[in-house]
Design a protein around this ligand. Structure first.
Ligand SMILES: [Zn+2]
Length: 172
């Protein structure tokens, strides 16, 4: 048996989850306040909620070693990628492990969308950061969105980052 609570009045409702298939959405009516609400039954085939949120890796950022950090490779996903220095309490998709003080805790972002041809398009913009984001040695304007592609070089603070697109590794 499984216990759930009414989202409106907090009344406890007990039901036999074995009577229902996994992956189904069930509608309940609270016996106390008559509020109707839905519960989705977890499916045995779904390993976890985390796996559901997992997105496609479309490329990677290769952060080169320097006096502030070791070399590291950060995956890029479809959608918005947030890049900066890893500090406690922030939630970046691409946190860089570095002691470089000129890299902000949120320094720049790369948005990845799929165009009509089905190809991924990468666009880089400054967060904004204190020291700026450089693409192939040119600083980005405050609101500039620059297209970036395989082999482009991004500089944040003292760090050099090379963009790699998935599937293009062999062309080097
Ligand atoms: Zn209720």
């Amino acid at each position: 048996m499984k216990k759930i609570r009414c989202p409106k009045c907090d009344e406890t409702i007990i039901f036999d989850e074995k009577r229902f298939e996994g992956g189904r959405t069930l509608v309940f009516e609270c016996p106390s306040c008559k509020k109707q609400f839905k519960i989705r039954m977890p499916s045995k085939n779904e390993p976890s909620e985390q796996a559901e949120e997992e997105k496609d890796v479309v490329g990677e950022l290769v952060v080169l070693e320097n006096s502030f950090q070791l070399k590291q490779v950060l995956p890029l996903y479809e959608g918005l990628n947030t890049i900066g220095r890893k500090v406690k309490g922030t939630d970046l998709t691409s946190p860089i492990l570095t002691v470089d003080p000129s890299i902000d805790s949120f320094h720049c972002k790369i948005n990845v969308i799929r165009n009509k041809q089905g190809n991924y398009v990468f666009s880089l913009s400054d967060a904004p950061s204190n020291t700026g984001t450089f693409l192939n040695n040119k600083i980005l304007g405050d609101t500039e969105k620059a297209n970036v592609a395989h082999g482009d070089i991004i500089n944040l603070g003292a760090s050099t980052i090379i963009l790699k697109e998935k599937g293009k590794e062999d062309e080097e």
